[in-house]
Write a protein that binds this ligand. Structure first.
Ligand SMILES: [Zn+2]
Length: 203
């Protein structure tokens, strides 16, 4: 239990307890000697008799309402026993922790996505430069076979058809649209079933 009390005391500032549980905002109150003097919220008070020390997180009513730490203040404000105030503050802290964890996992999710996006972009770049290489190679082959082979042969016709296909793919890969790029990659993969790299090497 003492660990829980320690955690609560370190997690809550007395000013925040005052604001959250009593509705008193100290930000407009002048500070004197590292303390605030305000009218006591617990008795009819015309002269400020309630002091709050921000460094030690202590409070005291000089007219006899009491004094203490953050836990005592919550207990006094909500008319709770100290152990009930501890339970309330601890539950609130746990809820905050859960929210922080949730936020963290959200960021991790995002980072994972970023990693995916990076991989995808690398893949696009690699495919793009492979297609450029293939286009150079295809044009060279066309030059070579034009002299040696029958211009009506299926091989020559296929080579001729490949160039505009390559041009179209290159253009689509340059698109900033992930969906277009993705479907182009699928299209390319489908065309070069064994993979673009192996096609460049073997043909
Ligand atoms: Zn008082």
């Amino acid at each position: 239990m003492s660990d829980v009390i320690e955690v609560i005391k370190q997690s809550y500032k007395i000013e925040n307890i005052l604001e959250q549980f009593i509705g008193i905002d100290l930000s407009n109150v002048r500070k004197k000697n590292k303390s605030y003097n305000i009218c006591c919220p617990f008795h009819q008070d015309n002269h400020p008799s309630f002091t709050v020390w921000e460094e030690t997180n202590y409070w005291k009513c000089w007219a006899g309402c009491g004094g203490g730490d953050q836990i005592n203040l919550v207990a006094k404000a909500l008319n709770l026993k100290n152990h009930e105030a501890i339970k309330l503050l601890n539950n609130q802290l746990n809820l905050k922790k859960t929210q922080v964890e949730y936020m963290k996992s959200g960021v991790e999710e995002l980072l994972r996505d970023k990693e995916l996006i990076k991989k995808f972009n690398d893949r696009i770049r690699e495919t793009f430069s492979n297609l450029i290489a293939l286009r150079v190679k295809t044009k060279k082959q066309i030059q070579e076979v034009m002299e040696a082979e029958d211009l009506e042969s299926e091989y020559v016709i296929n080579l001729h058809h490949l160039v505009p296909k390559l041009e179209g793919w290159l253009e689509s890969l340059e698109s900033e649209n992930y969906a277009v790029q993705y479907h182009t990659l699928l299209d390319i993969q489908n065309f070069f079933k064994k993979g673009l790299n192996s096609w460049i090497k073997t043909k």
